[in-house]
Design a binder for this molecule. Structure first.
Ligand code: ZN
Length: 499
């Protein structure tokens, strides 16, 4: 091994990491209360720091360094291989595309985001359509630049978020979901019509909601001494370093469950980041392995643990003490059913645990067919509505509540959506394995998250991004992704609650 070469790579990665640190602080500041008046100054600084990153990576010496490193790869040095693989992917994504086309793309995404917002507001898909058409055309070209001639062009984008995933694997995964979950939604949502859920819509004091959010983060094992919770429009997790992980939630006066579950969800992401181990992997790899694995951790905490009836049997009385006027007349059973209420609805981000992945499946199918050139942008509203009808039994009355609801396509994010559903499936498979080693129900009924957090740290978190998603699943569960666990998890859980 040529140590000097690897030291050169480490130097470069450290510099990039420092620039990222500054950019992340700026983003955190922008989204958690910085005054609007400072926007121009901030975005100029952000632009300058981003261009420094671009220059560092684009330098001619980096190309030759990567060539030399490739020759020095050695299966006895798996960390070097992982580091090289991760950096090379980012490098190729940036440098394979001619600079002028890349600049055009950045311009297009910022314009199309503004137009999308107007189109959504005015329920006018035709306004957004030309931008989306241009976006698809560019992305198809970029996929070819990046080597996507063989098989599906969409594979290039799928790999950006989940290494190893392909159209073939996702098709197989969603086939299993369609067959198992679509009929289950019909069965369970029929039973949910009897749920008494008025308590979900009354007002809850915002300060007390903040107390609950921090209490829950403490209990599940997010270390508030090495992190922070703030409020933003849309909840997110941002890592400055494993020693400083930032979370946000959003408090709505008339929706207590929203802040509770977004805090637990982001807490799951945050616990993952806090327990990556830079001593073991080096700083560059001390972060989540992929979008899907990341989402598995947040969904496991949010749904697997956080919506579990055993957890609420113990935590509901604590909540009643804090909100006696709002909750003392609600029974434990009604509360648990409320937390696990299933009802087909139009908006993905508000969907319940059972219907959520069907919203994602619909988006996956549309993205795949757009990138592969099998459907036209102008046909999207009709296609969207037909799929909603077939998977969820409802049809949005407007495009605002349908095809225009998400910002992802306007921002040029293709290939990201399916990782949301993948995360749910990984989570169910991980939970299944964990339950063979830990009595999870008992621990939840004692509000004790320590054994589960430790298990996840040992099997997943400590490896950071030094393993591929598939390697991690094999380490944690002894097998690669198997969607059967997710389908049977949903069936068992909801049939038990609504039996
Ligand atoms: Zn998430």
């Amino acid at each position: 091994m040529n140590q000097q070469l690897w030291n050169q790579l480490d130097d470069l990665l450290l510099k990039l990491k420092k620039l990222d640190y500054a950019l992340n602080v700026m983003q955190w500041d922008a989204e958690t209360g910085a005054p609007h008046s400072g926007m121009k100054a901030r975005s100029e600084s952000q632009g300058y720091l981003s261009s420094l990153s671009y220059q560092l990576m684009g330098d001619a010496s980096v190309k030759s360094l990567l060539n030399d490193l490739e020759k020095d790869l050695n299966e006895n040095e798996p960390l070097n291989t992982a580091k090289y693989r991760k950096f090379k992917r980012a490098y190729d994504a940036m440098t394979c595309i001619p600079e002028n086309e890349y600049v055009d793309f950045v311009k297009l995404t910022s314009e199309s985001t503004v137009i999308w917002e107007q189109a959504k507001h005015e329920n006018d898909f035709n306004k957004f359509a030309p931008y989306l058409e241009k976006m698809i055309e560019m992305l198809r070209r970029f996929a070819v630049y990046r080597g996507g001639q063989k098989g599906s062009l969409y594979n290039i984008f799928l790999e950006d978020y989940e290494m190893g995933m392909t159209v073939e694997k996702y098709d197989h995964f969603f086939d299993a979901l369609r067959a198992g979950v679509v009929p289950l939604v019909q069965e369970i949502s029929e039973k949910c019509k009897k749920n008494k859920i008025d308590f979900l819509k009354v007002n809850y004091d915002l300060k007390k909601q903040g107390v609950v959010a921090e209490d829950l983060l403490n209990r599940i094992g997010f270390d508030l001494n090495r992190g922070k919770l703030a409020e933003s429009e849309h909840p997110f997790t941002l890592t400055l370093d494993p020693s400083d992980v930032r979370l946000t939630t959003h408090y709505y006066e008339d929706n207590l469950l929203s802040s509770i579950f977004s805090s637990i969800h982001e807490g799951g992401h945050g616990i993952y980041e806090q327990n990556c181990d830079p001593e073991r992997t080096g700083l560059y790899l001390a972060e989540g392995a992929s979008s899907g694995i990341h989402e598995s951790q947040s969904r496991l905490f949010e749904n697997g643990f956080g919506r579990h009836p055993e957890f609420w049997k113990s935590y509901f009385p604590i909540l009643v003490k804090l909100f006696p006027n709002e909750l003392s007349h609600v029974t434990e059973e009604d509360f648990i059913k409320g937390v696990n209420h299933v009802e087909s609805s139009f908006i993905r981000v508000e969907a319940d645990e059972l219907t959520y992945s069907l919203h994602v499946m619909l988006r996956y199918e549309i993205e795949r067919d757009l990138i592969e050139g099998n459907i036209q942008v102008k046909d999207l509203p009709d296609l969207w509505n037909a799929k909603m009808k077939s998977y969820l039994g409802i049809e949005p009355p407007t495009d605002t509540l349908g095809v225009l609801q998400d910002t992802h396509w306007a921002c040029g994010l293709f290939g990201y959506f399916p990782t949301y559903a993948l995360g749910n499936a990984y989570a169910a498979q991980i939970l299944h394995k964990m339950e063979t080693e830990i009595d999870v129900e008992k621990q939840l009924s004692e509000l004790n998250f320590v054994p589960m957090k430790q298990w996840l740290t040992d099997k997943i978190h400590c490896y950071g991004a030094s393993k591929t998603p598939e390697e991690l699943m094999v380490i944690a569960t002894d097998e690669p992704l198997n969607p059967a666990y997710y389908v049977s998890y949903l069936k068992d859980k909801f049939r038990k609650i609504y039996g």
